[in-house]
Design a protein around this ligand. Sequence first.
Ligand SMILES: [Zn+2]
Length: 337
Amino acid sequence: MPGDEVPKPYVLSKNAPIAKKWESPLREVATVPPLEATAQEKERHRIYSLLLLSLMRRYFNGNRNGPRGVYPWRTGQREDDGRYAGGDYLGHNIGALAVDGSGDVIDFDFNHNQIFNSSAEHAEARLIRRVFSLTQIYDDWQTRKPTDPPRSKGYSTILSDVTVYTSLESCAQCSGVMALGQVGQVVYLQRDPGTYHIGNIMWNLTAREAGGGEKAQIKATAPRPIPGSEIDLPYFDELNELYRAYYQAVRTKPFHEWKGKKDKTGALTAFLCTDDALGVFERARKEFAGLTKAKLTYPKYRPKKPGAKTNQEVLAVAERFLQYAAEVGRRGTPHNL
Ligand SMILES: [Zn+2]
């Protein structure tokens, strides 16, 4: 009976990762095992995460529905003339940062959906496209693993040593662009239920064990998604909980009121305009501003990579980058450090 045929994966080898996962329950395919990062590595990830959250604060704009009307969740952002701080809304409060293999920040970008009137101008996708462009003209970023073939032989490995930090869990588009770029890993600072765990699923469906014995390691085409909870970043749980509370309360306390109409959207991008979200970004900014090398637990830690910077050097890089991005740069422009 044709209807009784069990579908099989379209693969050329039974060892293909998707073939091995074909009978697995979805919860397994959608779950990535814990990172098992060392305390030294976690501290390093947190420095970049705090830099990104500081950039979120610097470029924050809550005027998703314009500067007028009443935003019950934004009382702290109201100015003396009754309008709300922020001016023109270019896109959502979602940003991303790319870091090379030695620890230098390559660039950052933001969501620009509004200004392009598009639902696809996401921070990570915009960032990856620009980093590809930047690495064509400036060659000193350590974007590739030393063992990779010469650059002229393949754009697919140009970004293999790059880590992306993104303020929000990546969607299918951005996970796809990062997978095409073969970005090594992506650290995200808040969950997005709207992405249906696609980053995790892609990692699982491309992950295979390489090598054997003690040297065995997992290699995947898609970047490994790392939630902020795994690098001990408290703002991760805070943002997740605050969004959950917003989602439950927005029916009785609308996001926006204008000319008798109430916008009760539970969209995550609306939550990211609230005083609650801004408060988290502001506290992270203060933490980063108060961070000194004396406060680092592992200032001398250096990954085992040629030319890699120590954690205290990484902190200096991150501070310089924030100064540039906040004072000289603009939201979504290439940097010139
Ligand atoms: Zn996206």
